[in-house]
Design a protein around this ligand. Structure first.
Ligand code: SF4
Length: 329
């Protein structure tokens, strides 16, 4: 692939390898959800033949790719994400798109993960040394993201919406590392002079990124403070200066629920969360973990479900309102 070629990602994968190859990573989830008409993309995918009864994120990714013919290849996590994305990869290949497979080993294994990362490096023609240099270059950005996250839960100077946007877009650094770096530095300078915000209702969002378009505005109106986003935080690789294999080994998203529970329990304590909102996506297998999460975390949990990229429906809005009321001291 020529230098600078755009490569689609269906989820967070070792982006350092893509960058070391001189390619431009494009997280297709982010392109889909920030499109002017994300609901239109879901309808386009259904019109093209994808069933109504599959996850809207997958349909959104598919339709996004139809509108972005310059995306030359797609890296699909064919293990560690879900069977829908595995099938999506097969459909894309059948349509003539170059698909590169990446597997997060299940069960979690350092040895197999190392092999997968090495295979991706080989496929993209980069050396471990080139990848290490990229990882070093990204380290200050990842440190700044940890600081941004701290300014969310410790001082409240970063809002829930801002926290979500910065962390979720760290999967591909909004496709432009230098612009992202610069904007992040400016943003941190701006927020450091804001007054602290401390509200009594401190919420954590767990599960995959919510598909609703107005969630944070509604929660702010209700007087709640969102100080934790499980998956977006994971996308930012929050554990600091590890080698690449260890970094993606500690990344909880693709592995089993016990790894996630340990991370969530720590967040509940450290961030003094008063309640958790478990976001579940219609037709997603991850909904099955809801009961385990409820039983194991020792704080009130509200489970909500979203399907398409729309504003909150009135029933979900009312349930959030009642939940915040119950948590209010
Ligand atoms: S939300 Fe669930 S079903 Fe949809 S792409 Fe993610 S893991 Fe797969």
């Amino acid at each position: 692939m020529p230098s600078g070629a755009r490569v689609g990602l269906t989820t967070t994968i070792p982006v350092e390898v893509v960058l070391a190859a001189g390619l431009t990573p494009v997280d297709l989830n982010n392109i889909f959800i920030t499109a002017p008409d994300p609901w239109g993309l879901v309808s386009e995918a259904e019109a093209a033949g994808l069933p109504r009864t599959i996850c809207a994120w997958v349909k959104g990714i598919y339709a996004t790719l139809q509108r972005q013919p310059d995306i030359q290849a797609v890296i699909v996590a064919c293990q560690g994400d879900c069977s829908f994305t595995q099938a999506l990869g097969e459909i894309l290949e059948a349509e003539g798109r170059e698909v590169i497979h990446f597997k997060f080993p299940y069960p979690r294994s350092r040895k197999l993960l190392k092999q997968e990362i090495a295979a991706l490096m080989k496929h993209l023609g980069v050396t471990p040394e080139e990848v290490r240099r990229v990882q070093e270059d990204l380290a200050p950005i990842r440190r700044d993201l940890r600081e941004l996250d701290r300014l969310t839960w410790e001082t409240g100077q970063v809002s829930g919406r801002e926290n979500f946007w910065w962390l979720v877009s760290s999967s591909d650094f909004a496709s432009d590392v230098e612009a992202y770096r610069k904007k992040l530095t400016q943003f941190l300078e701006e927020v450091r002079i804001r007054p602290p915000v401390h509200r009594p209702v401190r919420l954590g969002f767990i599960g995959i990124p919510p598909i609703f378009t107005d969630l944070w505005d509604n929660l702010e109106e209700l007087g709640a403070q969102v100080v934790f986003h499980e998956m977006p935080r994971q996308f930012s690789m929050p554990y600091g200066d590890l080698d690449l294999v260890e970094q993606y080994y500690r990344y909880t998203y693709p592995y089993d629920i016990s790894v996630r529970l340990a991370d969530l329990a720590e967040a509940v304590t450290t961030r003094r969360l008063t309640g958790l909102v478990h976001y579940t996506q219609s037709f997603c297998f991850r909904q099955m973990f809801d009961q385990t999460i409820r039983e194991r975390l020792g704080v009130p949990v509200l489970t909500i479900e979203g399907d398409r990229p729309t504003p909150l429906d009135s029933r979900t809005r009312m349930r959030l309102e009642a939940f915040v009321d119950v948590l209010r001291p």
